[in-house]
Design a protein. Sequence first.
Length: 364
Amino acid sequence: MIDEFAQCGVALELKMEVITLSDVHFMYNPDAKQLHDRSIVIDGTCPLLHDTDYIDWYIEGGVTIVTPSVGGPRPAQMTYDFIGHLLELIRTRDDLLLIERAEDVYDAKSQGKIGIVFHFQGTDPIGDNLNNVNLFHKLGVRVMQLTYNVDNLVGSGAQVDEDKGLTDFGRQFIERCNDVGVIVDCSHTGVRTTLEAIKASKKPVICSHSNPKQVFKTQSDRNINDDQIKAIANSGGVVGVAGFPGFISSSSHPSMDQFLQHVDYLVNIGGIDHVALGIDYYPGQHPVADQEEAIKIFDECVAAGVWTGPDYPRPPHIYPEGIETPQTMPRLTEALLGRGYSEEDTQKILGLNLVRVYKDVWGG
């Protein structure tokens, strides 16, 4: 990015804001930075926050709402432990706010706090007891993803050989989510199961972090097809664009242009009101983990059977150019404006589209 500015004399003549980040100087277009600062910016999927020290990276990047993955394909006790840890962190830090209704998002923004939405990546913590939906809702969980690549009690994941569709228990699960106010999320979920879940839901359904398959064809159904995009949009939901390199291009370090190709396609197929962000920064990415640690995390996911095939290439996993970490998220606002998106449409993508879904499902 530094070389790009060095080659552009016009850009260097502008009055630019300079911040220091990891001994590198980034220059933001002041108009884009001002828009970013006054916008509601939501990252709809944040497994990086398995280490809560990285909340400060999101604060540096001007993110309003983060969505840590508190549950998924892991023992239920780990889910309780992590929720307890986050609740204590929120209690003891006056710059954090638990988000339980749409109005809380505006409170977080006006108070200069970072809001936290609890998110499940898979319904394993629910087990076979629908009343656990109520329980986790009471604990603050507001988004529940149906599966994580493999089959479970509600349906089939995106990487199984045969998608058997939504189960009877899955239909009951969606009904309960609708009733208590939990957003149904179909990322990592098979095509048939996704479409049946959207049909079963009375409320908007989202894919929190999924990219269009027509832009980059994954071997499995991890990236989503046009029918899924249209069905999500018709439900009133959103598709969050993911930054994980394996879902963007064949490069281990995709460009900003490659990332924005996914945004453009989603806008063209689903409409500007149905695109959001689910960047999916995670602990094994560069520069969070060194290569040895990244390989260890990768091998553990492969051994567990939740990452298979070329959709999950071996590290390094370097996120799109300019937004390699949450610290430089204003770069994305700058890039969207440079792409020709209006300020209004940029703000929709950054967060307002997700806020609309929050209102529709949670109320407030």
